[in-house]
Each structure stands twice: as structure tokens, then as C-alpha cells.
Ligand binder design. Structure first.
Ligand SMILES: Nc1ncnc2c1ncn2[C@@H]1O[C@H](COP(=O)(O)OP(=O)(O)O)[C@@H](O)[C@H]1O
Ligand SMILES: [Mg+2]
Length: 148
């Protein structure tokens, strides 16, 4: 487990960018932590680190946004996903193992469906000041070292 502190949205994006740069495809980046923690901002950085030039926005209504690139990025919002049937309709299982990177907001809601292989968990929480965030990552060392 590696823990970092961010005191601005830009800094959070930078941690995303660093992680994005070491992804090879097939990873599931599972975010935990409530509304406004910076999961979407982090994903914008993740895309940039993967060499994807796109405006990353919250997939709240579409449930998934797909960004093309050398390695495609699929960005999910599982906030309203309550059942296994719901999860199937997002296409989550179709995207697994097809070589893209999955970034999953509200992974709390689908925790049992997360794979064991190539799983990167990131837990977001608040710090002392309004703009402070604490990010805790656990995954293979190559991913954890990207923040080192
Ligand atoms: N250190 C920080 N990291 C990320 N976002 C921050 C930070 N400090 C303040 N913010 C603000 O918090 C909000 C995070 O929004 P967003 O990334 O959409 O969160 P989430 O996807 O977790 O709901 C943005 O308005 C952003 O400007
Ligand atoms: Mg979000």
C-alpha cells in the first residue's frame, strides 16, 4: 500500500498521470470514496498519462465513457448500480479482458465483481483542509512505485 497527499485538483491529476504512464492494458483501477473526492479529476490525469488527449467528464448518466488510444480507457460510474443485472447492462464484463484499462468510480457498489488480476485499488478521503485529499493505492509494485 502506498499513501500520498494531494492539496489541489492539479496535484490529484498528476498522481493519475503518473499511474497512467505505467499501465499496460487490462488493469482495473477501482476507486473508493465519496462524492467530490477527486475520482473524476484523477481519471483525467490517468487518461493524459496513457497518452489520451480528451476532456474527461463524469460518466454519471451514460454510466461509461470510452476513450480511444493506443490502450483504450473505459471510465465507469457505478453510483446507481445495485444489482448484478445492472452491472451487466453497463458492459463491464465485456470490457474486462479486452485489453483496455477500466477506471471504476463507486467500486464499493461492485466490489464482489472486481477481478483479482491486475487490480489497482485507490481509496480517496479528505484531509485537514478543504482541498486536501489522501489517496491510498494498493496493487502490484510497478503501480505503487509510480507515485514514489
Ligand atoms: N486535492 C483535490 N483533488 C481533487 N479534487 C479536488 C481537490 N481539492 C478540491 N477538489 C475539488 O473537488 C472536486 C472533485 O470533483 P470530482 O473529481 O468530480 O470528484 P468525484 O469524481 O470523486 O465525485 C472538484 O470540484 C475539485 O475542484
Ligand atoms: Mg466522479
Amino acid at each position: 500500500m502506498v499513501e500520498v497527499f494531494s492539496c489541489s485538483p492539479d496535484e490529484t491529476e498528476l498522481f493519475g498521470e503518473k499511474l497512467g504512464a505505467v499501465l499496460n492494458g487490462g488493469e482495473v483501477v477501482a476507486y473508493f470514496g465519496g462524492l467530490g473526492m477527486g475520482k473524476t479529476r484523477f481519471t483525467a490525469g490517468l487518461a493524459r498519462g496513457m497518452g489520451i488527449n480528451a476532456d474527461v467528464s463524469s460518466p454519471t448518466f451514460a454510466l461509461v465513457h470510452e476513450y480511444g488510444g493506443a490502450i483504450p480507457l473505459c471510465h465507469f460510474d457505478m453510483y446507481r448500480i445495485n444489482t448484478f443485472e445492472d452491472l451487466c447492462t453497463t458492459g463491464f464484463f465485456d470490457y474486462l479482458d479486452n485489453g483496455c484499462v477500466l477506471a471504476v468510480e463507486w467500486s464499493e457498489n461492485i466490489e464482489n465483481a472486481l477481478p483479482e488480476e491486475k487490480l489497482i485499488k485507490i481509496e480517496f478521503s479528505r484531509g485537514e483542509n478543504d482541498d486536501d485529499r489522501v489517496l491510498k493505492m494498493s496493487g502490484e509494485s510497478v503501480y505503487e512505485n509510480s507515485w514514489g
